[in-house]
Ligand binder design. Structure first.
Ligand code: HEM
Length: 411
């Protein structure tokens, strides 16, 4: 339901709404399925920018949604009053996953995050680049002569899993087992419970974690697990929670990003040409496209009652923070829907990779993957376009992503 300005109208039944929530802030908006998001994911979210900066949705058990750029960003950075413990409005997800470092608050968070950051140090990203490039080229060469592909199934869903398996030193064939897990976490289809999902991830990871704790190698898990936590070794349980976090954090997010960027380039042949002629612009273009197509949303639980945007958020309330509503709010960025390769924003100014103490630890790895894909795809493929006969559909979720993206080109 929307009013003439496009903002969702107030929800009719208000019986179960907490008394501190003003009735004129109540809407019925399912964050896992915003109306119209299948066809236009970004447009569906942006309708919330026409209303107040904080709204309460009755969907999914009832929670706040920060619906204005500065409010999204402000709460994201406010780790004192908003905790990461809850993880998501998906029932049970936080209690079951117990991610390290994602679900930790200060002061516990710091030593774990610092160990993880060491594992992602610049020299390792540089060392990983040739592996990512090699696989990117292999995937492109496998489809180039065909004249078309479903970019999601034949490229975007393969490369990030392959990259992740390379950095943790495991065989690429394992991707068949891992890929569905990332998707279930961020866009659950009901076929697996949260516990089954965690157990499937743990069953895969357990022997590798034990091996790396006993005999550390040069891989990412070993590097992180060999950094002591305040002078002591990681326990097995902590190791498991951290590896689980990296597994789930690094798969679907990159899949979604690659899909959106390729969709944009397919729709804008002049930009493809510009970047083909000046590949030196690709890193700036990648940063701008990553700003333009944010699809991660996070949840915070309020740990100190406070007033924001004229409403009271009570201790225990959940607040949903969609990065799209910071990056695409015209009050945050001028003409935010326009892709401008000369914008030259640092990644830290937009919210695609988060903000504050939990900002993405895999940001440099993800950025490198995006740049390599753009470089190799544009260098090796002729002009490409959307296959007009096929549908381009999105699925919303904590990470929104394209289900399929049919591209074609002349051979
Ligand atoms: C384009 C791709 C990616 C996007 C859009 C993305 C987005 C995000 C966002 C928004 C956060 C903040 C979460 C919060 O504040 O609650 C985050 C945190 C995190 N990300 Fe990423 N991410 C991406 C790639 C990756 C990769 C490749 C990895 C690892 C392999 C990764 C691992 C993590 C981890 C472990 C955290 C938690 C950091 C902490 O709590 O201190 N991410 N990511």
């Amino acid at each position: 339901m929307t009013d003439p300005n496009g903002a969702p109208t107030m929800a009719p039944g208000t019986a179960s709404i907490p008394t501190h929530v003003p009735r004129d802030r109540v809407i019925d908006f399912d964050v896992f399925s915003p109306p119209g998001s299948q066809a236009d994911y970004f447009g569906a979210w942006m309708r919330l920018l026409n209303g107040p900066d904080l709204v309460w949705t009755t969907a999914n058990g009832g929670h706040w949604i920060a619906a204005g750029g500065s409010t999204v960003r402000g709460i994201w950075e406010d780790a004192m009053r908003f905790s990461n413990e809850a993880l998501a409005v998906t029932p049970g997800l936080g209690e079951v996953m117990q991610f390290i470092p994602l679900q930790q608050d200060a002061p516990e968070h710091k030593p774990f995050r610092s160990a993880v950051m060491k594992g992602f140090a610049h020299q390792y990203i540089v060392a990983t680049e040739p592996l990512v490039r090699e696989e990117t080229i292999r995937l492109i060469e496998a489809i180039r002569a065909v004249g078309g592909c479903d970019f999601m199934a034949e490229f975007a869903e393969i490369l990030p899993v392959h990259t992740f398996l390379s950095v943790i030193g495991l065989p690429p064939e394992d991707r068949v087992r891992l890929r569905p897990l990332g998707r279930q976490l961020t866009r659950p289809d009901g076929s697996m419970t949260v516990v089954e999902l965690r157990d499937a991830a743990d069953a895969y990871l357990e022997p590798h974690i034990r091996e790396r704790l006993a005999n550390p190698g040069p891989d990412l898990f070993s590097r992180i697990l060999s950094v002591p936590i305040e002078g002591r070794a990681w326990t097995f349980e902590e190791s498991q929670r951290m590896c689980r976090n990296l597994l789930f954090g690094g798969l679907d997010t990159v899949v979604a990003m690659l899909g959106n960027i390729m969709m944009h380039l397919a729709r804008h042949p002049a930009e493809q040409e510009e970047l083909r002629e000046a590949p030196g612009m690709i890193p700036d273009a990648a940063d701008e496209l990553m700003r333009r197509y944010p699809t991660v949303a996070v949840t915070r639980n309020c740990v100190e009652t406070c007033e924001i945007d004229g409403v009271t958020i009570e201790r225990g309330d959940l607040v949903y923070l969609p990065s799209v509503l910071h990056n695409l709010d015209p009050r945050s960025f001028e003409t935010p829907e326009k892709v401008d390769f000369a914008r030259k924003l640092t990644q830290a100014r937009h919210s695609t990779m988060g903000a504050g103490p939990h900002r993405c630890v895999g940001a440099a790895l993800a950025r490198m993957e995006v740049i390599v894909v753009m470089e190799e795809w544009l260098a090796r493929m002729p002009a490409f376009a959307l296959d007009e006969g096929a549908q381009t559909t999105f699925r919303a979720g904590n990470v929104g992503a394209l289900d399929q993206l049919a591209l074609n080109w002349q051979t």
